[in-house]
Ligand binder design. Structure first.
Ligand code: NAD
Length: 543
């Protein structure tokens, strides 16, 4: 019987490997890139620990070379969805009763496998399947994924040790029960680490999940699932269910055992999931916990005291790394007229330095966008900017989908602060700037705050500390992650807990106790040592 009370200490973040030419990690990765490029694997559903091949299949291709097939995956039908629900419910009994330190050890083993034996495999799958360069894949699929696991173990231990006070004649305890039912984990294409965390943070707290991965990240997500199993996540605790989101969502949400949804993706998908849950509220055993991180229209606000070189560097990286397909990517800028010439010159210079192309050519900074529908959507904004006569393209604006879904980093100057690309989430390599007169700082701050329904990330640049503090205050609700003199992307687990409010989600800050606490339903237990045997109050017996 394990009766130890264990406190995990605060972990360190996983160090990012450099992948310099000739390094061992680079050689291993290149070998793995070749191996995965030269084979076509078959990806089954994994329900209750068993592989299921439904015969209803689709392909996984490289976004940067879309005729190249990497895998064939099987899709769930109604029978498999019901099987996954049964499997998640039956695995709940064993997993939720297990000592939490055993669950923690499984999570830590996943982190260990990710950062050692599977580092190259997961990086190669993320690079080839989601079109990320080495650095973008390393910080996501390996480092952030491992950080989520290690920090969640620490934060869980902090939650569990938080107990109510007791006094003479009584003992009070808080039991952090897992939710009663299963959690529906719905993951986006853009971060392998998010896909892992959407499952394993509820799992760390004793829950079981049904996992609907995005169809465009199935290769890396399948490897993740295999790592979970190798680390000892028992059969049925995570059920891997590729297929149509709408079909899977409809059936899963209809189950009375749905205890929660852990979602990251677009605002419209989360809204539709929330509405469907609302319609069925009376039928559930408990009120499902709805945790969702959604879109953004993230900004960089430049004060006239800013350093133009720093602004241009942050704007380029913040907007165009991973082709702008980060929920946190900078997509609108407010620049004072006095600094515009210097910032324009510098950002133009940077734009000429970067190359675009295949992920296996490690000199490429920009790779492809995820798929054809995303490509067409992003291009429609570029075409609009070219044709409407209200905007000027400073650089970029070219695109080509003949081989891969390539779109040049595109910088648009808009004369109207409400120009379409200043307002709508595009999720691609487009940054739009509005130039304001230096004397109109106040009005421009209002514009920045009120232009978008989102509130995810934002940054201010300036060296005037009084002005910066004022801007930080004025933009209090416009971003859940706010940066001073830094780009609005690149949040690190444990350092900048991530999430936004307004239309950007429920702001439960992935990778921390705010998130983990949503996956428990505490039970308070009071024990009285000597129970009373009289009902009258003492003063009633005075006479
Ligand atoms: P998406 O909403 O298209 O898809 C997300 C997931 O939902 C996919 O697995 C998809 O198959 C599934 N889905 C779609 N319809 C469904 C339904 N009716 N029922 C159940 N599941 C359904 O999003 P995406 O294109 O994969 O990702 C891009 C979006 O994600 C952007 O809006 C981005 O801002 C957002 N995002 C936000 C964060 C954050 O932390 N705030 C992080 C990453 C991505």
């Amino acid at each position: 019987m394990n009766n130890s009370i264990y406190n995990f200490s605060l972990p360190n973040n996983e160090p990012i490997k450099e992948y310099m030419k000739g390094s061992q990690e680079r050689e291993l990765l290149d070998k793995e890139l070749r191996r995965q490029s030269e084979s076509i694997i078959e990806i089954p559903l994994i329900i209750g620990g068993k592989e299921i091949f439904t015969g209803d299949t689709s392909t996984v291709v490289m976004p940067h070379n879309h005729k190249h097939v990497l895998a064939i995956y099987h899709k769930a039908g109604e029978r498999e969805i019901n099987l996954a629900i049964e499997s998640a419910i039956s695995a709940h009994k064993v997993w939720s009763d297990l000592n939490w330190t055993t669950r923690a050890s499984v999570m830590l083993k996943v982190a260990e496998l990710l950062t050692t034996k599977y580092r190259a495999i997961l990086n190669a799958a993320t690079m080839l399947g989601q079109s990320k360069n080495i650095y973008q894949s390393e910080i996501d699929a390996v480092c952030e994924a491992a950080d989520f696991l290690r920090f969640n173990v620490f934060f869980a231990s902090e939650i569990y040790k938080n107990q109510p006070i007791s006094s003479y004649n009584q003992l009070n305890r808080m039991e952090y029960r897992p939710l009663e039912g299963f959690v529906f984990a719905v993951s986006p294409f853009n971060f392998t680490s998010i896909a892992s965390n959407l499952n394993l943070s509820p799992v760390m707290m004793g829950n079981t999940t049904i996992w609907k991965p995005a169809t465009t990240s199935i290769l890396s997500n399948y490897y993740l699932m295999k790592i979970f199993m190798e680390a000892g996540v028992p059969a049925g605790v995570v059920n891997f269910l590729p297929g149509s989101g709408a079909q899977i969502g409809k059936h899963v949400i209809a189950s009375k055992d749905l205890a929660g949804i852990h979602f990251t993706g677009s605002n419209s998908t989360f809204n539709s999931l929330w509405n469907s849950v609302g319609e069925k509220l009376a039928e559930y055993k408990s009120y499902p916990r709805l945790v969702g991180e959604t879109g953004g229209k993230d900004f960089i606000f430049v004060h006239s005291s800013a350093n133009p070189k720093e602004v241009a560097t942050a704007a380029f990286s913040g907007a165009f790394e991973y082709q702008g397909q980060k929920c946190s990517a900078a997509s609108r800028m407010y620049i004072p007229l006095s600094l515009w010439p210097a910032i324009e010159k510098e950002i133009l210079r940077i734009s000429q330095e970067v190359k675009m192309g295949d992920v296996c050519d490690h000199t490429n900074f920009i790779n492809a966008v995820i798929d054809e529908s995303s490509f067409d959507n992003i291009v429609s904004y570029i075409d609009y900017a070219k044709e409407c006569g209200e905007a000027k393209i400073i650089f970029g604006g070219n695109y080509d989908k003949s081989v891969g879904y390539f779109i040049e980093p595109t910088f648009i100057l808009a004369s109207d602060p409400h120009f379409k690309t200043m307002e709508e989430e595009i999720f691609g390599p487009i940054l739009t700037a509005y130039i304001y007169e230096d004397s109109k700082l106040e009005e421009t701050l209002d514009l920045c705050d009120q232009t978008s329904p989102y509130g995810l990330t934002g940054a201010v640049f300036g060296s005037d500390r009084v002005a910066v503090a004022d801007i930080c205050n004025r933009l209090r609700y416009s971003a859940g992650n706010f940066y001073i003199n830094d780009k609005p992307t690149g949040a690190v687990v444990g350092k900048q807990p991530f999430g936004g409010s307004r239309g950007s989600g429920t702001n439960d800050k992935a990778g921390g106790s705010f998130n983990l606490i949503r996956w428990v339903s505490p039970r308070t237990i009071k024990e009285t040592f000597i129970s009373p045997v009289e009902v009258l109050y003492p003063y009633m017996k005075e006479n």
